[in-house]
Design a protein around this ligand. Sequence first.
Ligand code: ASP
Length: 349
Amino acid sequence: MFRSIGFGLLLVSVIVHSTRAEDAVVENVVFAIHGGIGLDKVEMTPEIDKRVRTELEQALRAGFAALNKPNATGLDAVEAAIRLMEDSPQFNAGRGAVFTHDGRNELDASIMEGKTLKAGSVAGVSTVKNPITAARAVMEKSKHVLLVSRGAEAFAAEKGLEIVDPKYFRTEERWQQLQKQLEEEKKRSQVRGQESGQETTGIPERHLPGFSFGTVGAVALDKSGNLSAGTSTGGMSNKRWGRVGDSPIIGAGTYADNEACAISATGHGEYFIRYCVAHDIVALMKYKSLPVNAAADEVIRKKLKAAGGEGGVICLDNKGRFYPSYNTEGMYRGCITRDGQVQVRIFEQ
Ligand code: ASP
């Protein structure tokens, strides 16, 4: 009897889980964005909540307007929305990016076209005002996929992109965030010294003061049925030694394939790189015929969660089905349907 009760409970939980995931799928979506995992619920204030939602909606509408221009492609929408979020100090991309351990802002971005599987990325740039535009230029105006640091900056300047003083990216809030992290790091190393052999204070890095994920990304399905995806970030606060995360790595933080879906990720980049997250979701859809929500949950909520990798993705499939999957409390995100209906969410499903 216990066995059949157990089986019944299992069945109910499977149904509840899949119903939830199904519910969270939004149909007829042509454009969607994310603004990272963002703050935990306890850190959220009504002011930040309002600001984030307003800015997400503005970026969604900018992308939608770009998508509806004559002859526009999904790439135009992805670039337009991400540029807006890069220009806003609210997000960890462009102006308002997090600081490296050495007090610099080093930016990463990528873009991909699902029809041709063409892609472009830049990593570790400090003078390019809009890294997403530089990533697109790499895709369209060079024979390479990924350019880094000074070379990427020289390429951007050569192609006439806007170049700024590195100070342009600095915000006081992000600077204070780094100071908190440096203090915490000092405390942790003191504890390590006292309790020899102990690796950490026991607090997961994500929950240390000042730690947050605020990368931005966008996915689009244009009138010709082509998918596109893009991601832009300052990476992870307090990063060292020229560290590059998943955002500019095609297949990890960004992917688009017309045969499956377009994806942009946010979260602890080292895990997203090691688990080839974006491409893994596409592969599950292509080779196992999983629907977008099941494929995304399999990777984000199962594999990545079990490994300890925190984060999420937004996915838009080639039928216009939008699904965000995350293994954290929430994710800043929004989508817009073909007829202009906007939906913005943070903690709610
Ligand atoms: N994924 C980014 C990185 O690891 C960080 C983020 O999403 O906030 O660089």
